[in-house]
Design a protein around this ligand. Structure first.
Ligand code: SAH
Length: 424
């Protein structure tokens, strides 16, 4: 077994008193695992804690909303999803109004976002009337997939379930659109698609590295020999394979790398390069500048990542510079740009005014204004969240679209959200 280096206080966790450290079933499982095979990487820890099929945090609970552990933009205001719906329609129009498209969401939570997007599609039914749309959700959580089905599907059409199949559930949405569930993006059919990932990449497992006089050393998680049933961080004594993901000219002294995010971006890029479409990624993150961002959330409060695993969300900021590198050469990327800039460009102020003018109910008006403030205020979500898009190269080169030979208008090189929305 490797001998791990201890004693460094590099990370923002592990300082809770022992009495606040209940032995959860997940902690018991991890202690057993570490005792049998040795310390585990932070990536393995995150993967086990969040998505272990038997005990994972995401698998059996609804953690979203005021009663849960964290709240997301679509849960705060309907305007968020509506503007994203407009973004997809605007891209669909700018790229030649294909006769069919798939809307694919990664990690759809409660299904609120896709519900708001589909409502816009229905409202703009006259624009989309000759287009065959289908919805495809990539979700590992049994509990959340049930909530998504309740939110989105037509009760009178029974759901088809097949636990053993890559398409584990199928149904029809309230607006009559076919909808299917998958555990992996890989299993979603490879057709012309618009992809969406909101607060999805930040839950993917990260490897953490610390620069030492001997070079990069990976952070592992081990059992604390001083306190029973407690975990602690340690450093690997020698190089580990995930070091290959660190840039040669890296100047930070602590980095987090997320190979799973790279795999997903490569897959999205290949699909978009092959069939067209676009991907919109929204998340908190940085452009290759931050260091230790691994943290936990429980009941809307920061939570020590090593305490009571399985009861709190674990997350790390998305490194958009890495996503951009993984897309390079295959597709064009735009962003990251701040959420408040993106939503402003998408016309959030006009949409807010329309909704305010429609409502005389003071509580509704107050909710709309509070929601707007949460999404847009730079001190709240406005600057913390970023938008990033993957698009076929032709989309930005001002060429002629190939999908609809009848229309010979050149591409508009402006992409809504990243510049002001302009209907063509
Ligand atoms: N997009 C939603 C939910 C964000 S929470 C919103 O903004 O409200 C993260 C979502 O990703 C949850 O639905 C969770 O179950 C799902 N998820 C987590 N890890 C996943 C994985 N490896 N593959 C697919 N879905 C995953």
């Amino acid at each position: 077994m490797l001998r791990f280096i201890t004693g460094g206080n590099y990370f923002s966790s592990g300082n809770e008193p022992a009495e606040n450290n209940p032995v959860t079933p997940m902690l018991r499982h991890l202690i057993y695992k570490i005792k049998s095979t040795g310390p585990i990487t932070v990536a393995e820890y995150m993967k086990e804690v969040l998505t272990n099929p038997a005990k994972g945090y995401y698998v059996y609970r609804d953690m979203l909303g005021e009663q849960g552990d964290f709240i997301t933009s679509p849960e705060i205001s309907q305007i968020f999803g509506e503007l994203l719906g407009i973004w997809f329609i605007s891209e669909w129009m700018a790229t030649g109004k294909s006769t069919a498209f798939q809307l694919v969401e990664l990690g759809p939570g409660r299904g609120t976002l896709v519900g708001d997007i589909l409502r816009v599609f229905t409202q703009l039914g006259s624009v989309l009337k000759n287009c065959d749309i289908s919805v495809h959700l990539v979700e590992v959580s049994q509990k959340l997939s049930e909530i998504q089905a309740l939110t989105l599907t037509e009760e009178k059409v029974p759901l088809e379930r097949n636990v053993g199949s890559p398409v584990y559930m199928k149904g029809v949405t309230k607006s009559g659109i076919p909808i299917s569930w998958y555990r992996r993006l890989h299993d979603v059919p490879k057709g012309y698609s618009f992809y969406l990932a909101h607060e999805f990449f930040d839950v993917l497992p990260v490897h953490k590295f610390q620069k030492t006089p001997q070079g990069w050393r990976e952070v592992f998680i081990d059992i604390d020999p001083q306190i029973s049933d407690k975990l602690r961080f340690v450093l690997a004594p020698s190089a580990t394979p995930a070091e290959a993901f660190i840039q040669h000219d890296e100047t930070r002294d602590h980095v987090e790398v997320c190979p799973d995010a790279g795999v997903i971006i490569e897959e999205l890029s290949q699909r978009i390069a092959l069939t067209g479409g676009a991907a919109l990624v929204a998340d908190y993150g940085h452009d290759g500048t931050k260091t230790d961002t691994f943290r936990g959330f429980c009941g809307h409060k920061l939570h020590d990542v090593l305490i009571a695993p399985g009861t709190a969300d674990l997350t790390a900021d998305v490194d958009f510079s890495y996503l951009r590198r993984m897309a390079q050469g295959k597709v064009a990327s735009l962003g990251p740009i701040k959420q408040h800039t993106f939503l402003k460009n998408m016309g959030i102020d006009v949409r807010l005014k329309v909704l305010l003018d429609k409502s005389n109910e003071p509580s509704v008006r107050q909710q709309l204004l509070q929601g707007y403030d949460m999404l847009m205020n730079p001190k709240k979500m406005g600057e913390r969240f970023n938008f990033f898009a993957l698009l076929p190269h032709e989309r930005l080169q001002g060429g002629r679209h190939q999908r609809n030979a009848r229309q010979s208008k050149p591409f508009a090189s402006l992409v809504a959200g990243f510049s002001e929305l302009a209907w063509q």
